[in-house]
Design a protein around this ligand. Structure first.
Ligand code: NDP
Length: 303
């Protein structure tokens, strides 16, 4: 990993993601030469959710920009679960597809867990399949969810070795909190996972050298919760109510940036911190999947 992103206390996720995509593009071109085909990512979108449409479009564009194939499949919001499972089966069997991503959330009548379970774990570039959670938990190679892996890359880029550091993860979701805790534990941090029932959260956070906030509550973590010099990673994406006359409110994280930036040694902004890392890591996972599926070597740690 490169260490190009140090700019005072701000951790520039946008610049790091850009550099990561540039490394991916180089390796994707080499893969094409060796494998005689491009690496491929298939994204399945059910329904018309505007935010999901934006994400899917952006994933497709960035996939192609990195020299990989993007396959998009769209289904109507009222499609039967069986129709979605059929597509997943076809993609599992398609040798041109290295990674499969089903855009979440799915409509209520579709069982998300059932759909994730149908994806071949070796094409599960989102890392949500229980086989991949199990691999992460026992330390086997698999696929790690993109957002927490992106957070880990930013932390290691800024801090180097994380061994022995106290880390507090706020939030215990399967997508962010739990895999983040597993990754930090694998780096030999002493990890505390907190959630909505945690007592004296501010006191717990105050002990941490590393704080990862993945809560979904605007600006909840305050400056006086933070140990001076701690490294703070803000995963939250929350839109505030619009100010007078504006059609949209401001985007903020789970961390009160103004007060925390005074105390923290390093902090990710929102936007421009963790957010840009998520798609970049998805492309990284797809490239890794392509190499593993084709039996071509890749120095994964150097990506
Ligand atoms: P979830 O809603 O699945 O999980 C939120 C977690 O926060 C839960 O574990 C919950 O505890 C905990 N929590 C809620 N309130 C409190 C509280 N007052 N004190 C302590 N813990 C609390 O959210 P996600 O993990 O999916 O996402 C978290 C945030 O990250 C959201 O803002 C989301 O938009 C953002 N996000 C950003 C991504 C990116 O690319 N940057 C990607 C994914 C998410 P409990 O389990 O007890 O309910």
């Amino acid at each position: 990993m490169t260490a190009a992103i140090i700019d005072g206390p701000i951790i520039d996720g946008k610049a790091f993601a850009e550099a990561l995509r540039a490394r991916i593009a180089i390796e994707a071109a080499k893969f094409e030469v060796h494998a005689g085909r491009k690496a491929g990512l298939a994204v399945v979108l059910v329904g018309e959710d505007p935010a999901s449409q934006v994400y899917v479009r952006s994933k497709g564009k960035q996939t192609v920009a990195c020299g990989m194939n993007s396959f998009e499949h769209r289904l109507p919001a009222d499609c039967a679960e069986g129709a979605l499972l059929d597509i997943v089966e076809r993609l599992n069997a398609d040798p041109a597809v290295d990674g499969i991503l089903v855009q979440l959330p799915l409509p209520d009548h579709i069982d998300e867990q059932q759909v994730i379970a149908a994806i071949n774990p070796d094409k599960d570039v989102d890392g949500f399949h229980v086989v991949n959670s199990g691999r992460l938990s026992v330390g086997l190679p698999g696929f790690v969810p993109c957002t927490p892996l992106g957070c880990l890359m930013l932390l290691k880029d800024r801090l180097g070795s994380l061994s022995g550091l106290d880390a507090v993860v706020i939030g215990r979701s399967n997508i962010v909190g739990k895999p983040m805790a597993a990754l930090l534990l694998a780096e030999s941090c002493t990890v505390t996972v907190t959630h909505s029932r945690t007592k004296d959260l501010a006191d717990v956070v105050r002990r941490a050298d590393i704080v990862v906030a993945a809560v979904g509550r605007a600006e909840m973590v305050k400056g006086d919760w933070i140990k001076p010099g701690a490294c703070v990673i803000d995963v939250g994406i929350n839109r505030l109510p619009p100010a007078d006359g504006a059609d949209k409110g401001r985007l903020v994280g789970d961390v009160d940036y103004a007060s925390v930036a005074q105390v923290a040694g390093a902090i990710t902004p929102v936007p421009g911190g963790v957010g840009p890392m998520t798609i970049a890591v998805l492309l990284r996972n797809t490239l890794v999947a392509a190499h593993r599926n084709a039996g071509i070597e890749l120095d994964e740690a150097a990506l």
